[in-house]
Design a protein around this ligand. Structure first.
Ligand code: FMN
Length: 372
């Protein structure tokens, strides 16, 4: 039987993923001044041995002010670095496959409440802070009006991305992903809806994100992997669209990025997005046709056959999943069983393999594992 594409290794920059499943970055809103907590140890600890080909940590912010919420992760000081390193060092004991981190700055969407406390802007009694953005345009009604970034703010933000990348290098991550989607700072510069500057950063809206990308590329080792999550649609008339995404992806390729993950939306609250299974896939497919580097699809991919079909039809090189992994951290193990692929299990969980259960439909002849 031909090995399914899902379980075929893939080279990304200087690293190799043992299969093409990716744990998509997921904010946990459980950090303490950017530092990882016990929650991260448990959450990432068990995803570490999920069998996913790549695990990417949540949006981790390059400055304190760049955090989406007060509980978001950061990589802007020693304490952040030490707490993330502790979790990653543990994950390495149960995981051989690569681990990446997503670096982010929320721009005008910073200073907001964690989702289960409202998901809106921080109120005056909730310690809000001044947000920054390309233009002084609020995310939506009621949201903080950001300060328009001056030349020094732009320089400082680029330096912050570089400093966090250096920290990620010291921690030992295999991969860095730049967050350039979901309405956060890099995306805010890209879109005409949020960037109405009159200077060079407004005339050339890709200028700032590409300066960040070049600066990060310059300090991130070639023997690891570097990618970006980009947006392919604001889902709004006059917004950033898939043709812009193609141009942007080509520029990132030129700078030396190894992969692009194609997402969309979240620049403005009033956008209406037709969310259906694989709804962002046509964007990934279009970007893939335009670049030679690897392309990751994401968004409403949850079924192993659906994932395999995306890869086998050449629409993308990898599939990233978020909610499917929260729902079922054993997604990869079960997909492997479905395709008849044998994966290494942690020895402590070896007996959970369905093919070792006597009487199971998947049981191998002679399987006699007894209950202890
Ligand atoms: C709890 C949660 C947190 C998320 N945090 C991030 C994040 O930190 N960075 C990011 O790029 N996307 C984030 N996302 C979006 C996911 O990575 C993914 O793109 C989106 O959920 C669509 O994929 P899915 O249908 O597989 O869930 C988050 C999604 C969820 C459900």
């Amino acid at each position: 039987m031909k090995r399914p594409e899902l379980f075929t290794p893939i080279d990304l920059g200087g690293i190799t993923l043992p299969n093409r499943t990716v744990i998509s970055p997921m904010c946990q809103y459980s950090a303490d001044d950017g530092c990882f907590t016990d929650w991260h140890m448990v959450h990432l600890g068990h995803l570490a041995y999920s069998g996913a080909g790549l695990m990417i940590l949540e949006a981790t912010h390059v400055t304190r002010e760049g955090r989406i919420t007060p509980r978001c992760a950061g990589l802007y000081n020693e304490c952040n670095e030490a707490t993330i390193k502790k979790v990653i060092d543990y994950c390495r004991t149960v995981r051989k496959a690569p681990i990446g981190i997503q670096l982010a700055h929320a721009g005008r969407k910073a200073s907001s409440q964690v989702p289960w406390e409202g998901r809106e802007w921080l109120r005056p009694d909730q310690n809000p802070w001044q947000t920054v953005a390309p233009s002084p345009i609020a995310y939506g009604p009621g949201w903080h009006t950001p300060k328009e970034m001056g030349q020094k703010d732009i320089r400082d933000a680029i330096d912050a991305f570089v400093a966090s990348t250096e920290r990620a290098k010291r921690i030992g991550f295999d991969l860095v992903e730049l967050h350039s989607a979901h309405g956060y700072l890099l995306h805010q510069f890209l879109s005409p809806l949020s960037n109405q500057r009159q200077d060079a950063y407004g005339r050339e809206r890709m200028k700032f994100p590409l300066e960040v990308a070049s600066a990060v590329r310059a300090v991130w080792p070639k023997e690891r992997a570097l990618g970006a999550r980009i947006t392919a649609s604001d889902w709004m008339p006059g917004g950033f669209g898939v043709d812009d995404a193609v141009v942007y992806a080509r520029e990132l390729e030129r700078i030396g990025f190894d992969y692009i993950c194609v997402s969309s939306g979240a620049l403005v609250p009033q956008a209406r997005i037709p969310v259906t299974p694989g709804y962002q896939l046509p964007f990934a497919e279009k970007v893939k046709k335009a670049v030679r580097i690897k392309v990751q699809a994401v968004g409403m991919i949850a079924d192993p056959e659906q994932a395999e079909d995306i890869l086998a039809s050449g629409k993308a090189d990898m599939v990233a999943m978020a909610r499917a992994f929260l729902d079922n951290p054993r997604w990869v193990w079960h997909a492997a069983e479905r395709f008849g692929v044998e994966l290494p299990y942690p020895p402590q969980y070896q007996r959970s393999r369905h093919d070792l259960w006597p009487g199971s439909a998947l049981a191998r002849p002679g399987s006699t594992q007894a209950a202890a």
